[in-house]
Design a protein around this ligand. Structure first.
Ligand code: URA
Length: 203
């Protein structure tokens, strides 16, 4: 992990990043947005076209739905923190590659350790797989609360999936109600045991 005392310092270390090949095709790096002391943090997969153009996370159609889901539980995006597993748009919106995820992961871990959220909601299978360090089936575990290192993980469907399949929107709304409940319960997540060496890989 990189040494930084604030999100701004970590952003400076990230700089005009050329640590992986995504730098060649990106327009703007998308670091993150929101309250640096948020209790609820969202982690998506990677910037899309609108995010790459504006340098902000979830500002395209999926972001509009995210705002709508937040409104549904009485919250605004300025009260949460939103970022992605990788900070640059993969060409053609392909899935980020394991080496791109690995290279960017210290920055996600840095954001987590500076923000210290109580609940981290992973938007979609890729973010959930990276943060829970295993391959997951989002349809089986969405909306449930899992113990993470100092916070709870709550994987949900990616909002873009709900734009393609309207019935998924109802599942997302129900999962956001769960998020609100988890925040209100305000339980302290216990530290999990140190992972076995063979579990340290990304998937
Ligand atoms: N999809 C993501 O996963 N992240 C964004 O920032 C936008 C769309």
């Amino acid at each position: 992990m990189y040494e930084a005392d604030t999100l701004e310092e970590l952003r400076e270390i990230l700089g005009d990043c050329t640590r992986c090949q995504l730098c060649a095709s990106r327009t703007k790096l998308v670091y993150g947005y929101g309250d640096p002391h948020a209790r609820l943090m969202f982690v998506g997969e990677a910037p899309g076209r609108a995010e790459d153009a504006q340098g902000l996370p979830f500002v395209g159609p999926a972001g509009k739905l995210l705002d709508d889901l937040l409104t549904g539980i009485g919250m605004r995006r300025s009260e949460v923190y939103i970022t992605n597993v990788v900070k640059c748009r993969p060409p053609g919106n392909r899935d980020p590659l394991p080496e791109e995820i690995d290279t960017c992961n210290p920055f996600l871990q840095g954001q987590l350790s500076l923000i210290k959220p109580a609940v981290v909601c992973q938007l979609g299978r890729i973010a959930a797989g990276v943060m829970m360090k295993r391959s997951i089936q989002i349809s089986k575990i969405h909306g449930q609360r899992f113990i993470g290192p100092g916070y709870f993980n709550v994987p949900v469907f990616h909002p873009a999936a709900a734009l393609r399949t309207p019935s998924t929107k109802d599942l997302l709304r129900a999962d956001f109600d769960n998020l609100k409940k988890y925040l209100e319960e305000d339980e302290t997540p216990p530290e999990p045991p140190a992972p076995e060496p063979e579990q340290m890989g990304l998937f």
